[in-house]
Design a protein around this ligand. Sequence first.
Ligand code: HEC
Ligand code: HEC
Ligand code: HEC
Ligand code: HEC
Ligand code: HEC
Length: 211
Amino acid sequence: MKILVAVVGLASVALVVLVAAFVLRAWFGAPFDVLGFGAPPAQPIAFPHTKHVQDAGINCLFCHRNVTTGKAATVPAVEQCMFCHKVITGTGQAGQYSTELAKLKQASDNKEPINWERVHRMPDHVRFAHEPHLTFFTLPKDKGGVGLEAAQVCQVCHGDVGSMTVVQQVVVNEVQVGGTVLRGGGALKMADCVNCHRQYSAPTDCVICHH
Ligand code: HEC
Ligand code: HEC
Ligand code: HEC
Ligand code: HEC
Ligand code: HEC
C-alpha cells in the first residue's frame, strides 16, 4: 500500500512537472517549431495579393467573405475568381490566358477546386475564430471597441498582406492606424494571444483557446 501511494505520488509530481514545462514553454513562446515562418509554401497558382489589393483596390472582405461572421476567413472558390477572370486574362487579349491564369481557367473548365496551401495554422488543440476579433476591433470607440474598418484589422495579426506578392507569416509587434498605435499579434504564439487578451480585457481562461 505504501509503495502504491509513493508511486502514485511520484507519478502525479512527474505529471505536474511535465504540464508546467509545457505551459511555461508555451507561455514564453519559445519559438521552436514555428510553422509559417521562413520560406512560404509553394502555391498551386502564384496568386499576387499586390495586383488585387494595391493595384485593383479590391477589399480583403470581397474574397475572404466569412471573416467577419465565422471561424475561418475562407478563400474564394474558383467560380468567384472567374467572375473577373473570364474577362481579365492577364495578357490583355480575350481568351488568351497568361501561364498562371491558364491554370485557373483549366480548374474552372474541369470543375476542380484549387488546393491552396495554408500559411497560418494553429495546432489542433487550439481554438481560434476570426469573428470575435473582427467584431471587437470594428466596434466604435464610444462602445468600447477600437473603431477600425474590417480590412484594417487583418494587419494586426497578418501584417500588410496587400503589399505581399507571396503571402508569408510575419511577426507583427505593433501596428499604426491613423494616429493610434495598436499591439500586434506578434508571432501568434500563446504568449502573444494572451498578452493581447490581457490588454483588451478579453478572457484568458485555458478553455477559451483550448479544446
Ligand atoms: C474583382 C476582380 C478579381 C477577382 C475576383 C480575382 N481577380 Fe485575379 N486579377 C484581377 C486583376 C484586375 C488582375 C491584374 C491583371 C493584370 O495585371 O493584367 C488580376 C491578376 C491575377 C493574377 C496574375 C496574372 C498574371 O499573369 O500576372 C492571378 C494569378 C490571379 N489574378 C488569380 C486570381 C485568383 C486565383 C482569384 C480567385 C481566388 C482571382 N484572381 C480573383 C482581378 C480579380
Ligand atoms: C482577389 C481575392 C483576394 C483578395 C482581394 C485578398 N485575398 Fe487574401 N488570399 C486570396 C487567396 C486566393 C489566398 C490563398 C493563396 C495564397 O495564400 O496566396 C489568400 C490568402 C491569404 C492569407 C493567407 C491564408 C493562410 O493560408 O494562412 C491571408 C492572411 C490573407 N489572404 C489576407 C488578406 C488580406 C489581409 C487582404 C486585404 C488586404 C486580402 N487577403 C485580400 C485571395 C484574396
Ligand atoms: C487576432 C489575430 C487575427 C486577425 C485580426 C486576423 N487573423 Fe486571419 N488568421 C489568424 C490565425 C491565428 C489564423 C490561423 C487559424 C487556424 O489555423 O485555425 C488565421 C488564418 C487566416 C486565413 C486562412 C484560414 C482561414 O481562416 O480561412 C485567412 C485567409 C485569414 N486568416 C485572413 C484574414 C483576414 C482577411 C483578416 C482581416 C479581415 C484576418 N485574417 C484577421 C489570426 C488573425
Ligand atoms: C491583437 C489582440 C489579440 C490577439 C493577438 C489575439 N486576440 Fe483573441 N481576442 C481579442 C479580443 C479583443 C477579443 C474579443 C473579446 C470580447 O469579445 O470582448 C478576442 C476574443 C477571442 C476569442 C473568443 C473569446 C470568447 O469570448 O469566446 C478567442 C477564442 C480568441 N480570442 C482566441 C485567440 C487566439 C487563439 C489568439 C492567438 C492565436 C488570439 N485570440 C489572439 C484580442 C486578440
Ligand atoms: C488567448 C489564447 C490562449 C489561452 C488563454 C491559453 N492558450 Fe495555450 N496556447 C495557445 C496557442 C495559440 C498555442 C499554440 C501556439 C504555441 O505553442 O504557442 C497554445 C499552446 C499551448 C500548449 C502547448 C505548448 C507546446 O509547446 O506545444 C499548452 C500545454 C497550453 N497552450 C496550455 C495552456 C494552459 C494550461 C492555459 C491556461 C492557463 C492556456 N494554454 C491558455 C493559446 C492560448
